[in-house]
Design a protein around this ligand. Structure first.
Ligand code: PLP
Length: 626
């Protein structure tokens, strides 16, 4: 467990049981658990094939509850005179069942939804129908968008239109006059404060969204002129997702609250201060300001939010606002785990055994013989020199081969000796402290590529796009010392589809400790904390489609219940996306086959077998089967 730093990123939601399997808990304080390996075996018996995205709905609820709990206690501790509310930004995970679950469970906390486009607005209206969930609209808006919000407001939906740009406000005023409907308005402000990490450009003077101070003054005048100033109920800012340093959050809070206070003094009746998203997730457990981690806890975040806002409002002599945070990542990151099988590529038994050359070296080429001598004699005293000589000799072997002076067999023996030397060196180096600098990374030559049945581009695109770390662990054998240093390659035909950075015991490592897979053994790995952004950002590289998804709830009697199974894309669905039609494909191939049968290139039986295969492939999963 230490090797994977699970205790530090797992938020007490994961543990290892006596069998050495990883377990998930519904919340950090719960003793209930589900053995992930046993669950996967059960799902496979149900013919649900990997890769499978497991969505633990209790974990999701637990996160909503704990964010609200820490804000509640921060409010009590600081004697804050107003309320806190989360608005879930649905861009972080728009899956209907997920947003519905958030809405249903979050109702007790008065949760709302944040939307940023027309389709998201429609999704928000659909979820909010019947339960009165409030909605905040960010993002750019056209006439259709604004009119939809106005009419929805008229029939009772609680929707706040956030003004991102002055031209938007002109349109809103015009449409409000035309329809006679008064909107509930928010204003997004462009802070000079910036966040940190990969999304820092969402804040600062150059940010894409929000009004500058002079534009806020202009907006107030425009609204006053048209008798709509009373419609402004909310002030919003957002300085980026995954803010890694708490001091950046404090600076933004101070600036944002100062603007709120000044606007209140100008007579704008703002009731809500919406501090946006940015509450980070500790993906690697290092508690650092590196962008896959954060240097603060949710408790510290909530305390700072409440304390800073109260402090500034008291200083300025204005009423404290109700506080809204649009915390998406922190709400959904933990609840889903992608599990998949590692393809058993252990071909050790097929490899030629060159062991005999160690005793009969007469016919070896001189370069290869020198490598063999190093292998036999290497010890901790000759370590560095032998390492240098090995590197030189292996390069020499390649050059000699290219010039025609070394046979394929000799080159294969050189390769075999090289890996034996590196293994022996590794055994010696592990015992030396401190490890000489140039020998710190040579063991990566021993790293083996493990092929896993998934697409990096579909399931964890941020790993590829922005080098984000996600915890990855085997689901089983965690009571056995791993014996392989692995990288994880996906099954796309793209060299970028390989993970070579992992969460390790003391930070980022360049290999994942895994076990040598035994003959006939099924070996599964899990990708953790992938519930935020990954599902929707995932793309269809190589036409690998959505994975199977299973919604699971904890159950005291049976351990778990399967709520929903959502089938992943079949091949025909991926093909349809790029304008191919399954029946047409079958027809064309069938026509072609008939010609081949007529020419006796293929028998009727073979032809029908081929059509059956094609049909099955079209209907089947895009990922690898047996
Ligand atoms: N609100 C707005 C306006 C955003 O742009 C974002 C994402 O960047 C969020 C909320 C969600 O942020 P996070 O997932 O960091 O909570």
């Amino acid at each position: 467990v230490k090797l994977y730093n699970m205790d530090n990123w797992g938020a007490d939601l994961f543990s290892i049981n006596k069998k050495g399997n990883i377990c998930v808990h519904p919340s950090s304080s719960s003793k209930q658990s589900i053995d992930l390996r046993a669950l996967v075996d059960d799902l496979i018996k149900r013919k649900i094939k990997p890769p499978i995205l497991l969505r633990f709905m209790d974990v999701l609820q637990g996160r909503i509850a704990s964010i609200n709990r820490v804000f509640k206690s921060a409010i009590q501790e600081n004697d804050y005179p107003a309320k806190y509310q989360t608005f879930f930004p649905i861009k972080v995970n728009q899956q209907r069942q997920v947003v519905e679950a958030i809405a249903n469970f979050g109702k007790r906390y008065n949760i709302g939804l944040e939307v940023g486009s027309k389709p998201e607005l429609v999704a928000g209206i659909s979820i909010s129908t019947g339960n009165g969930l409030p909605i905040i609209c960010n993002g750019y808006k056209d006439t259709e968008y604004i009119e939809t919000v106005l009419y929805a407001t008229k029939i009772g939906y609680d929707i706040t239109l956030v003004v991102e740009k002055l031209f938007e406000l002109e349109k809103i005023i015009e449409l409000s006059k035309k329809t006679g409907i008064q909107p509930k308005l928010g204003i997004r402000v462009k802070l000079s404060s910036k966040g940190t990490g990969k999304w820092a450009t969402s804040g600062g003077e150059d940010a894409k969204f929000g009004l500058r101070m002079s534009e806020i003054i202009a907006a107030i005048r425009m609204l006053e002129e048209h008798g709509l100033l009373d419609c402004v109920k909310l002030l919003h800012f957002h300085i980026g997702s995954q803010i890694t340093k708490i001091d950046k959050i404090k600076t933004a809070l101070i600036e944002g609250t100062r603007i709120y206070a000044e606007m209140r003094k100008l007579g704008v009746g703002i009731e809500f201060l919406d501090i946006g998203g940015g509450l980070g997730v500790d993906y690697d457990g290092s508690k650092s300001s590196y962008f896959s981690s954060v240097n603060y806890t949710v408790e510290e975040y909530a305390n700072d939010v409440i304390y800073q806002i109260k402090n500034i409002c008291e200083e300025a002599g204005v009423e404290c606002p109700n506080i809204i945070s649009e915390s998406g990542r922190a709400t959904v990151a933990h609840y889903s785990v992608l599990i998949t099988n590692v393809l058993n590529t252990n071909t050790q038994h097929l490899m030629p055994d060159f062991e005999e050359i160690l005793t009969q070296a007469e016919n070896l080429a001189p370069t290869v013989k020198k490598l063999m001598d190093i292998y036999k004699s290497i010890d901790r005293y000759s370590l560095r020199e032998d390492y240098h000589d090995t590197m030189q000799l292996i390069n020499e072997a390649v050059s000699l081969f290219n010039l025609g002076y070394l046979t394929l067999n000799d080159r294969a023996i050189a390769e075999w000796l090289y890996s034996k030397i590196i293994k022996k060196l590794n055994g010696i180096v592990e015992k030396i402290k401190p490890i000489p600098e140039e020998l710190q990374n040579f063991h990566l030559a021993l790293r083996q590529t493990y092929f896993a049945n998934f697409s990096l581009f579909q399931s964890i695109p941020d790993s590829w796009a922005i080098d984000q770390l996600f915890p990855i662990m085997p689901l089983q054998r965690l009571n056995q010392k791993p014996d392989v240093m692995a990288s994880i390659a996906d099954i796309t035909c793209d060299s970028d589809g390989e993970i070579t950075s992992f969460v390790g015991e003391t930070g980022r490592t360049k290999f994942l400790p895994l076990h040598r897979i035994r003959k006939e053994e099924d070996y599964f790995i899990g990708f953790f904390l992938i519930g935020a952004y990954q599902e929707i950002l995932g793309d269809m590289h190589n036409l690998f489609g959505d994975t199977n998804a299973v919604h699971i709830t904890f159950n005291k009697k049976t351990g778990y219940l399967i709520d929903t199974v959502i089938n992943g894309d079949a091949c025909w669905e991926s093909l349809k996306y790029v304008q191919y039609k399954g029946p047409e494909i079958l027809k064309h191939v069938r026509d072609n086959l008939e010609k081949s049968v007529a020419l006796r290139k293929i028998s009727i039986e073979e032809s029908s077998h081929f059509i059956e295969l094609l049909d099955r492939t079209l209907l089947g999963y895009t990922y690898l089967g047996e």
